[in-house]
Ligand binder design. Sequence first.
Ligand code: NI
Length: 392
Amino acid sequence: MNIQELVEKYGDYQIEMRRWFHRHPEPSCEEKATAAKIREELDRMGVKWRQCGLETGTMAVIDGRAPGRTIMLRGDIDGLSVTEKTGLEFASENPGMMHACGHDCHISMLLTAAKILNDMKGEFTGRVVLAFQPAEENGKGAKAMIADGVLDGVDACFGQHVWWDYPAGTVAVCEGAAFASCDMFEIDVTGKSGHGAEPQASHDATVMASAIVQNLQTIVSRETTPIDTAVVTVGTLESGTRWNVISGYAKMTGTTRSYSPEVQKKLPGQIERIAKMTAEALGGTAELHYECIVPVTYNDVTFAKCVKKSAAKLLGADAVVAAHPTMGGEDFARYQEKVPGVIAFMGIQNEACGACWPQHHDRFTVDESALIRGAGLYVQTALDFLAEGMQA
Ligand code: NI
């Protein structure tokens, strides 16, 4: 298999699919037209599929000429509530929705990979499972597909994310953490309201909340080893009802990120201790509600080396570039909790075609010439894993 052949044989299909999905972005858990199109394409290829997990989840299977190992390839399919401002001729037709994270690229790369693998099924042994996963952005999709058996019998899993700050066509594979853990928290602060002119008779929830926001900063600066990384962000803070009334209640919401399960595990306790004791010191109380959205996306080191080898084989050694993890979250982490897995970054940056905006930006776009390379990388990684297992 060489990349030039793939471009000639499957390049047009790749672009046609990417543009169709780009026109039709849908919210997490509501990817109905998207799922219908994926299934229609699989039917057209003669690839077996079933609904999996959520209503909009699709799992397909391609068996080689004889039994062997099984690899799962994953592409996520949901859009974002962003109003597109790219001006592309195939821009979103769904007002207020946009494929601003590039999941349209993932769907089309995985469909193209399905087409290639289906054409080659007489040439490999083992099984390829394709997971067209909905609801990545809210962290629900992977969990639901796993509960419905997408990983049954699977030996390893591989995913890709197109990424804005790598040059188009390059591949970057982290050995270890690739995406951060992502948790969500809410803190309710209760004081005692009163007249704005009589602080001595009240306990001001605004002052408590402000002090909590300040003190939370010490989790990263004073409690986390400088070798590790963490983020504690308070995103919203609401307090009070009126300019001349001392607030009796405040509420804040925020998120935490980390690259290490150990750091992540400590965060809820640290936030709770600081919030409670700060509020108490000022005469009030605080309650924490803490929820883990996704754990750290941790690439299996041995498999990561294999993926780099596959990428170099298909695209040339120069295409494999140094990788840096991102502080974003990815529910691909859920698969990696069950089987060894790698998610690679496929570079799509190219200023000449306007592909220079970060993920989730309303002008985010990609250099489409990179996408057939992504489709090829799905295939090459699968073929190498099925033939050799993890031999880095
Ligand atoms: Ni994404």
